[in-house]
Design a protein around this ligand. Structure first.
Ligand code: AMP
Length: 617
């Protein structure tokens, strides 16, 4: 990869690397890059020695960062694991925000980290209306690259020949900001795409993307999307896999294609790039790809895209595609039916990895399994992991800001099969016992490393009285209710919710965007949507139903059907407020004024639950 002279000084986003033969090491002699078989061997090695690796990682973090203001306050320089466990508090963002703010304002990184903080990663969470900033050091890019390098060797075990064609992966970089002291502040994927780890990656037949880097790095998301899809169409016969980070981004690309394929066909037919693509780097790169007019290809694409139904369009446009790599776990699971519609159920959905702004976590070792069986094996060299046991299931364990007893946390190798936990990380960059907010369930082990099912993000809840509905419960109840639409050729494409307390008693409002899979279908009758309200209420939990039926402290649940395209507009709004396309996930619960206004201004019709749900004391 990037061949730096051993004496080179690390610059922004770059760590000091030493080459020995064709291998790459950091200054402590830790090997940085593994590929192919080598990568799989290292995976075995790490998971077999998961406990040792975790102990070493913690020791290293405490040794390097022991003198920081934060750790020193609790440990007084001790690097002892038991001292760490009993003295360092378990925190949420509020616990570290003052330090991060001080560093963002220009104070020294040594407040929390022994290594210079080179950038702040903007996560998709918010704190007091502002985005959360996560500290990052140069070598974090090596850790992320390490995980990325595992994906293809894992895939290659299941599908051969992926080096014989291209990947149409739709990735997007976002404009970066700077903190008051000038540190770059950007989403984690933007940081990666802008790094030499991505830009100077070696030619690799397993990672031959249709998208030119210039299109991925283009700051105008519309131009970026246009060029990436156009390039994907031009290379349609060579494409072996499709993907984006999250399913929502991939579906957004399909709707973009629906609106723009005629322009793209025109470009291919004439060999001239659309004049609306004004980004000079994109134009240069795309002109290289377009080269000469190709009326035959344009006709082929027109014949496919011009069909009245787009069912199975993905396999028709990209006939060699073997799978779609997108995250469809957690709340992304609701996109599975739409993806299956566009692929006619023929392309496996591959959830390759689990990661966050704070740290990357793990990989899926059985990438062709069904989405409901996806398990992520946590890589013990990414960070020091601990787990808050949620003894009575995913909803227990107090709220996010609540105090957590320091010694109740369990180590990576001590989690128990079937149990639920909240993930807590300690990183090299300066997060100590930081609650990620994700609820995971142990569903197996690979060697000594546990494999987790992603359950939900903790703090997305609806609450009117003493009821508390988390993301998973909401999702389950919507999944039950939306089945009622199927006989009517109707598909729930997107949803979100809102706890409406503007009247007494307050009630749950669900915003539903519905699409029809046949031109004869729709609009739906009122009684059907009322039955959907009933089905949701019936599948919500005991406390909700008690509040509704016995206490009468919660009013009838309401479904507001919104115009087609509303959720795309919601995504645009979130992105215009600083979100990233790559990391965008539809919020399952809306609280903010402008998002709510947008949804309400697109309501076509509202329906209330006509009766009380069943409840037995
Ligand atoms: P961010 O820090 O904004 O990138 O968001 C990270 C969060 O996205 C994680 O903590 C999870 O809640 C969610 N996430 C990331 N990867 C996955 C995955 N494979 N499955 C489900 N949720 C995921």
């Amino acid at each position: 990869m990037h061949r730096l002279h051993p004496s080179a000084i690390a610059s922004e986003g770059e760590t000091l690397r030493v080459e020995r033969g064709c291998e790459c090491f950091d200054m402590d002699g830790m090997k940085l890059e593994y590929k192919g078989e080598d990568a799989l061997k290292e995976l075995e090695n790490l998971t077999e020695k998961a406990d040792e690796v975790q102990q070493r990682i913690l020791k290293e973090i405490l040794t390097r960062n022991g003198a920081t203001e934060y750790l020193n306050k609790y440990l007084g320089g001790s690097t002892d694991r038991s001292a760490f466990k009993c003295r360092v508090p378990v925190i949420t963002y509020a616990g570290v925000r003052p330090y991060i703010q001080r560093i963002a304002n220009g104070e020294d990184s040594s407040l929390i980290s022994g290594h210079p903080i080179t950038e702040m990663i903007i996560s998709s969470g918010t704190s007091g209306g502002n985005p959360k900033l996560m500290p990052s050091i140069a070598e974090d890019l090596d850790r992320r690259t390490f995980l990325y390098n595992l994906i293809m060797p894992i895939m290659n075990q299941y599908i051969q020949g992926l080096d014989k064609g291209k990947a149409m992966y739709l990735y997007f970089a976002k404009t970066e900001m700077a903190t008051p002291c000038g540190l770059p502040a950007r989403p984690v994927l933007t940081s990666y795409y802008k790094s030499k780890h991505f830009k100077c990656r070696p030619q690799d037949p397993f990672n031959d993307y249709t998208s030119p880097d210039q299109a991925i790095l283009c700051m105008d998301s519309g131009q970026s999307m246009y060029c990436q899809l156009l390039s994907g169409l031009i290379h349609r016969r060579d494409v072996l896999r499709l993907g984006a980070v999250f399913a929502s981004a991939f579906l957004r690309a399909i709707t973009f294609l629906e609106r723009n394929w005629t322009r793209m066909c025109h470009d291919i037919r004439t060999g001239q790039l659309d004049q609306d693509i004004t980004d000079p780097n994109c134009r240069d790169a795309m002109c290289n790809i377009l080269r000469s007019p190709d009326p035959q290809l344009a006709d082929e694409i027109k014949a496919v895209c011009g069909r009245s139904s787009w069912m199975g369009i993905l396999g028709q446009l990209w006939p060699g595609a073997k799978y779609i790599e997108v995250v469809v776990t957690g709340s992304m699971a609701q996109y599975i039916p739409a993806l299956e519609f566009y692929s006619a159920g023929k392309l496996p959905l591959v959830c390759a990895m689990y990661a966050s702004s704070e740290s990357y976590f793990g990989v899926n070792l059985k990438p062709l399994c069904s989405p409901s069986e996806v398990a992520y094996t946590l890589l013990p060299n990414m960070a020091y992991f601990e787990f808050i046991p949620l003894d009575s299931g995913p909803q227990s364990g107090g709220d996010d800001e609540g105090e957590v007893v320091k010694d109740m946390l369990v180590d990576l190798v001590d989690v128990k099969l079937g149990c639920y936990y909240e993930l807590v990380v300690t990183t090299f960059a300066g997060l100590y016992r930081f609650r990620i907010g994700d609820v995971l369930q142990v569903i197996g082990f690979h060697n000594r490393a546990p494999q987790f099912r992603f359950i939900c993000r903790r703090n997305v809840i609806l609450s009117i009285d003493i009821d508390k509905t988390n993301e998973e419960d909401l999702h389950k109840s919507v999944t039950t209710a939306k089945k009622l639409l199927e006989p009517y050729d109707a598909l729930l494409v997107e949803y979100t919710s809102y706890a409406d307390t503007s009247s007494v008693p307050g009630h749950y409002v669900l915003y539903w965007e519905i699409a029809y899979t046949s031109c004869m279908a729709g609009p739906l009758e009122a009684h059907l949507l009322q039955e959907c309200c009933v089905a949701i209420e019936e599948s919500l939990d005991y406390v909700y139903r008690r509040c509704r039926t016995y206490d009468k402290s919660v009013g009838p649940l309401e479904i507001r059907v919104v115009e087609p395209g509303t959720f795309e507009a919601l995504m645009d709004l979130c992105i215009s407020q600083g979100g990233s396309i790559n990391q965008y996930k539809t919020p399952r619960c809306i609280k903010s004024g402008s998002a709510l206004e947008l949804l309400n201004s697109n309501v076509i019709a509202g329906f209330f639950s006509p009766r009380y749900p069943t409840w037995n004391p």
